[in-house]
Write a protein that binds this ligand. Sequence first.
Ligand code: PAF
Length: 281
Amino acid sequence: MEIITSIQEMQKRIQQLKSDGKTIGFVPTMGFLHEGHLTLVEKAREKADLVVMSIFVNPLQFGPNEDFDRYPRDIERDEKLASEANVDLLFYPTVDEMYKSKHTFKVTVQDKVNILCGSKRPGHFDGVATVLIKLFNIVQPTYAFFGMKDAQQVAIVSSLITEFNFPIELVPVETVREVDGLAKSSRNVYLTESERKEAVAISQSLKLAGRLIQGGEENPLEIQKRMETHIMEHTSAEIDYIEIYSFPDLKTVTSISGLVLIAVAIRFTNVRLIDNMTFDV
Ligand code: PAF
């Protein structure tokens, strides 16, 4: 596996690979890799000639009271995992390398953003969009792979690719789960032992929603209420939101029909966890 830290060198290398006719599968990450990321790499391997992964903890997408400094980092372990997963090229720039140029422009996401995590994290998706515009221009991928764990991100990236005319195919990849159903996340390490046990209630509440829909329940408010009760009865966490939208346009629905996204965020002592499922009705 080749490791590149300079943008200029990366662009030169990509140009070479593209002139050899290679297709590029891109897996952007913030590191501290887990099985979820490695599944994205696996999907990229299946579809593209070469897999490029980026590891960059992007300060622009963290709010002032968020966990940028505390975000888990372990580049040696990440390099080993990426190399074992057969990543061909690892792009690992410093913050200075990515943001040393002037900030003449500010990217603002104005639709699909004031809901779900976007409403709790002002500016978060502006930061995500900024870094992705840069990474897409640096890596120039044929395909870009994103986990459905962050479904709002998938919906926003889909608009970003369309509206800025990136010749990139977005490939959403299903959430990878622990045996008990908890969605894999780098932040799960912050759960206490008892919270880890309780956290299974998140995916259970989503499965409960699925059963209600299958049973003919069409009222989103009723589904939200049942999920809320399940989480409150089985965890010590605080519910941040339980929301239901059409997908990928993320509009409010008054009755369950078509492709709907049901998303949950809950707050434990030291960590906020998110999860979601989509249902096609
Ligand atoms: O999903 C993430 O890990 C990040 O938001 C991304 C896409 C790597 C951009 O920093």
